[in-house]
Design a protein around this ligand. Sequence first.
Ligand code: UDP
Length: 235
Amino acid sequence: MEKRELLYEGKAKQIFLTDDPDCIIIHYKDDATAYNNVKKAIIEAKGLINNQISAIVFEYLGKNGIPTHFIKQLNERDQLCRRVKIFPLEFVVRNIIAGSMAKRLNIPEGTKPSNTIIDICYKNEELGDPLINNDHAVALGVVTYGELDEIFAIARKVNELLTDLFKKHGITLVDFKMEFGRTSDGQIVLADEISPDTCRFWDSETNEKLDKDRFRRDLGKVREAYEEILHRLTK
Ligand code: UDP
C-alpha cells in the first residue's frame, strides 16, 4: 500500500491517505512536544521506536479481543491502519497517581488509589484539552452515553491487558492515554498510538521513569528509556 495525499499532520505523526478509502498510513516522526507545545525537541529515532512499540501493543491487544484500528506495520516508521473518525476526547486511565492529577489534587506522585480512575479530556488545543466528565462530553455533542459505556468497557479491558503485559517485563503501567474512533462501518475501535509518549512506565523494581516524563522534566536519557521499553517488549 502506497502513501497518497497527506491528510493530517500532528505533533508526533503524519497521516496519509491510501488508494483504499478505509485505510490510512500513519508515519511516526521524531518530534516531541510537551505542555501544549511550549516545549519542543527532536528525539532522534523516537518515531522508529514508538512505531514498533505501538505495533507490538496493538497487535497484542487485537489478539486479545480488543477492536483496534491497527492492520500492520509497513516499515520502520509507517503502519497501515483502518481509517476512523476520531472522537475528540482523550481517555486517561490511572492506576497510580502521577502528573496532572497529582498536581491538581495535591496527592503525592506514586500514591496507589483504591480504584482505577478514568479521566476524559476534551481535545481542544485552544482550551488546553480541559478535563471534563461524561455529561460534559455528551453535552458537547461529540459522543453518546451508549458510546461512552462501550468506550469505558474497552478502556478497562485494555488497562487489564496492558498492566499484565508490562508487568511481565518488569514495568509498572502507571497511567496512559487512549483515543477511540469509529470506522466507516460504525465500529468503535481503539486508535492513535500507545507508546512511551502516551503512557507512564516505571521500572517495577526501581521506579525509574521510562517514558516521556524524562523529556517533560529534563531528566535526560530520553531515547535510552524508550529503547529500554522496546528492548524489554521484544526480549
Ligand atoms: N497524555 C498523553 N497526551 C496528552 C496528555 C496526557 O498521551 O495530551 C498521557 C501522559 O503521557 C500520561 C497520561 O496521559 O501517561 C496522563 O497524563 P496527565 O493527565 O498526568 O498529564 P501530563 O502530566 O502529561 O500533563
